[in-house]
Ligand binder design. Structure first.
Ligand code: COA
Length: 276
C-alpha cells in the first residue's frame, strides 16, 4: 500500500506507543523507515515494545513520559533530538478512560482523564509544535473518538476531552498551515485488542450486540487505524490539514442492514485484509 522507505528520513514520536493502537502506529511508521520514539508512563509497557520493534528491524527508543507534566514532555523532545537529531511526526495517542455514570464521577476522576487526554495533548502539541515551527515542517496526528460529537454515556470525561482535542486540532491546523505544520486527527471506531475485548464486550452477547451496530459487521484491526495515521503523517499528503478522519466501519452513520437482509444480499461479510 505504501512505498518502502517513505518515512526514511523521518523521526516519529508516539505517546502511548507501548501497547494497542500506539504500538501498531509505531510499527507501521517504523516499517516504512521512520525512526521511532515511544512514550508512556509505564516502563513495563515500553521495554517489550522496543524489543518487538527492534526484532522487526525498526530503530526505536523509549522515553518514560507522563504527558500531564510539561517538564516531562520537554524532556521527551530533548531526548528525541539528542538521539535522532530532530522530530518530524507526533502521534498523540496516550489517553486514560474508564466507564462511570456522570453522577458518580468524582472531581478527581474527571480531572485525571481531562489531564491525560486533553491537557496532555496540549502539552505535547505546544512543545513539539514549537519545534516543528522552528524547522518549518512537522505533522501531528491526534487520536479522538466519535463520542466527541455524539456524547459518550458513562464516558463524559473522555468525550469532553476528545471534543476539546478536535477543537485544538482544528485551531492549530489553521494557525500553523502556512508554516509547514499539518495537524489532523483520526477517529477510530471499535477495534479489536485484548483490552477492548475485556472492557467493551466481555460476553458473546455484548460482542454480537456491538457488531450489530457496525455496518461493516466487524471490528477494526489496529493496523487499519494505524494505516490512517500513516496516511496523515505521509510526506506526500500535502493538502490535508484540520481533518478528522473517521475509521469506524460506518458506525457513526447508524446500524447496517439487519442481519437477515444483509445476508440475503450477500454483504454480511465485509472484506478484511489479513495482513493488517
Ligand atoms: N471509576 C471511577 N473513578 C475512577 C476510576 C474508575 N474506574 N479510576 C480512577 N477513578 C478516579 C479515582 O477515584 C480518583 O478520583 P478521586 O481523586 O476523586 O478519588 C481519580 O480517578 C484518579 O484516580 P487514580 O487511580 O489516582 O488515577 P491514575 O492516574 O492512576 O489512573 C486512569 C487513571 C484513567 C489513567 C486509569 O484508569 C488507567 O490507567 N486506565 C488504563 C489506561 C486507559 O484508560 N487507557 C485508555 C484507553 S481509551
Amino acid at each position: 500500500m505504501w512505498k518502502d522507505g517513505a518515512f526514511q528520513d523521518q523521526v516519529a514520536v508516539i505517546t502511548g506507543g507501548g501497547t494497542g493502537l500506539g504500538f501498531s502506529a509505531a510499527e507501521a511508521l517504523g516499517r516504512l523507515g521512520a525512526r521511532i520514539v515511544i512514550a508512556s508512563r509505564s516502563a513495563a509497557h515500553l521495554e517489550p515494545a522496543v524489543a518487538a520493534l527492534a526484532a522487526s528491524g525498526v530503530t526505536a527508543r523509549a522515553v518514560v513520559t507522563d504527558v500531564r507534566k510539561p517538564g516531562e514532555v520537554a524532556r521527551l523532545l530533548e531526548r528525541t533530538v539528542a538521539e535522532f537529531g530532530r522530530a518530524d511526526i507526533l502521534v498523540n495517542n496516550a489517553a486514560g478512560n474508564f466507564l462511570c455514570p456522570t453522577e458518580d464521577l468524582s472531581p478527581g476522576g474527571w480531572k485525571v482523564v481531562i489531564d491525560i487526554a486533553l491537557n496532555g495533548v496540549f502539552h505535547t502539541t505546544h512543545t513539539f509544535g514549537r519545534h516543528f515551527l522552528a524547522q518549518g515542517r512537522g505533522r501531528i496526528v491526534n487520536v479522538v473518538a466519535t463520542y466527541a460529537w455524539t456524547g459518550g454515556p458513562g464516558t463524559a470525561h473522555s468525550a469532553a476531552a476528545k471534543a476539546g482535542v478536535i477543537a485544538l486540532t482544528r485551531s492549530v491546523a489553521v494557525e500553523w498551515a502556512s508554516r509547514g505544520v499539518f495537524v489532523n486527527a483520526v477517529c477510530p471506531g471499535v477495534f479489536d485488542t485484548p483490552g477492548a475485548r475485556e472492557r467493551l464486550w466481555p460476553t458473546e452477547a455484548q460482542r454480537a450486540a456491538l457488531l450489530d451496530d457496525i455496518p461493516l459487521h466487524r471490528f477494526a484491526a489496529p493496523g487499519e487505524i494505524a494505516n490512517a495515521i500513516v496516511y496523515l503523517s505521509h510526506p506526500e499528503v500535502t493538502y490535508v490539514t484540520g481533518e478528522v478522519l473517521v475509521i469506524d466501519g460506518g458506525m457513526h452513520l447508524g446500524k447496517g442492514l439487519p442481519g437477515h437482509l444483509s445476508s440475503s444480499t450477500g454483504i454480511s461479510e465485509s472484506p478484511r485484509r489479513d495482513d493488517l
